[in-house]
Design a protein around this ligand. Sequence first.
Ligand code: CA
Length: 231
Amino acid sequence: MDKPLILVVEDDNAVKNLIVTALETQSYRYLTAANGAQAVLCCATHRPDILLLDLGLPDMDGVEVIAKIRTWSALPIIVISARSEDSDKIDALDAGADDYLTKPFSVEELLARLRVTLRRLKSLEGAASADSVFVNGDLTVDYASGFATLRGEELHLTPIEYKLLCLLCRNVGKVLTHTYLTREIWGTAFDSDIASLRVFMATLRKKIQPRAQDAQFIQTHVGVGYRMVKL
Ligand code: CA
């Protein structure tokens, strides 16, 4: 991939300048938009590789921007929200955003998220040819045969643990919310399901990361959800 093109949608000039300066240090190409309508138009005309989207925009809700773009594009979307917009952040993830940054954030944090997203884009490009097997470090999931291995040894997973693992792997690099996961697994999203989800996630983790020195495949996002990290 050439240097990725990043669309920065932010109406606060100070934040926009911080982001743009950070992108310049990495020689990323970028475009900027200051409202939702411009963002949608710019996505359609310039086809950026990544969208960095502020949720509090003057003309429309960032979640609405995501919904519009998701009708025709799967480009990675990283949302930027203030702490007071925590529930918006979860709505944004459920609407199809891939990741989030909470204001105030550091330049290092921003660049790290971009690297995660770029790795994910690369792995998606590579996955087209070997779609039925997911490989991440020592972990392999053979979707077609329905089993997972760690260092070549078959993992003994319960059906729910396996389903959870598949959801995380198929969305590698993306933060999946509690609501998304419980809906996919049980078809509902009650608080009790979220409590069960935590239990299954803990047992799944013990199986795929049995030793203290094992790679941490699954990241916890407190109050939000989980992410499979591409190693
Ligand atoms: Ca704003």
